[in-house]
Design a protein around this ligand. Sequence first.
Ligand code: GLU
Length: 438
Amino acid sequence: MSSGVRVRFAPSPTGFFHIGSARTALFNWLYARHAGGTFILRIEDTDHERDSDEFLQVIFNGLRWLGLNWDEGPEVGGPYGPYFQSKRDDVYREHLEILRKNGRAYDKEGAVFFKISDEPQVIRDAIHGDVVRKEEKDFVIFRSNGTPVFHFVNVVDDITMKITHVIRGEDHLSNTSKHTELFRAFGAPEPIFAHIPLILKSQGSGKMSKRDSGALIEDYAKQHFVADAVRNYLCLLGWSPKHDREILPIDEIIALFDICNVNKNNARFGEKKMSHMNAEYLRALPFDDFYGRATQALKDSNVNFLANGEAYAMDVLRICQEKVCSLSEIPEFVKYFFTADFEYNRRDIEKLGKKCDMHARLGEFVDELSSVSTFNEESLERYVQSLCERHGTTSGEYIHSLRLALSGCSVGPGLYAMLRVFGREEVLRRIGRFLNGM
Ligand code: GLU
């Protein structure tokens, strides 16, 4: 059953869907879900010169990607289409008539002006407390070209859509006295306002802008971030669960979230923290889910991951899941598993060559490998241990030499798991290639 709470996200399709808008949408959605209320999507597309369909699609895709589903609307498309201000002209005309009738609207220089009350406006803000502002001048509500202005349509919609809480960016706080003037002129109850603090860029005091790295939601999708991780991170930009766990399932966040707990201070964006959170989510995914995402990233980079069959691809990705920090690094991370013709990192080889005799260690490893009857992690580890005892060496010398011979580089999944996945024959082949090539 729905409670009386009704909130809306009201983007203008005049620019890309950036992290600030996404967080505003998210906080509205969280509050609606927390309160068992209704979350409305309203497209504020009255600025015909700047609105574009491309931006509209970017907003829809971003909201869907983040899982911020909206609840009602008159249009078709998706479970509910959103409201479009461009289709509500008659509602605005009717409301203009109301203001004309009660003497609060008048024509001047071809435009329609709203007559202010001259009263100080007390704005009830759940985050900032009571804010008092006074409007100094009458303002335009319909331009001379006949189109209604933002302040007017925004308030008329909040009234007609029975919005109870206006949750939006702090940059709108300075507009709010115009809005409360309008609410009062219509004799309509005012919503509770919640102006969310800005997001600052990772360094300095500037506001995060759309040009800053990490600012656009579509980039996260393109870079194969886990959407739940991005959403979890955005929850923490201005809100915190008041305990030390930051990685939280969304249901838990919904239960804890409240607009009066939103921080008054500006939040600072941290790209590193976002990536760290993404890595945690990635490692925690059920393997099937991880496999689907990882293979998509491989397809996008044209890695022929099915060359040795699907079971092999699954084995490879299974041993890599806990080692990677992002899906975009997957192609580079696993490439050598799918081609015999991989390159060696010369610097790593030189470095290791100074510490140990790689040729000797690899030779020793190959010599008695036939004594290992079951080619799995445990017996391979025992075998390397026995080589160390016999030759007075350390297991690190075998492990590092083998890793370089098998993969060409010094980072990757656990060595014994890697040996098992390659299998005896391929291991011998790769060591042979390495020893011949050196
Ligand atoms: N269209 C406005 C914006 O994009 C909405 C402001 C509001 O939420 O009231 O910022």
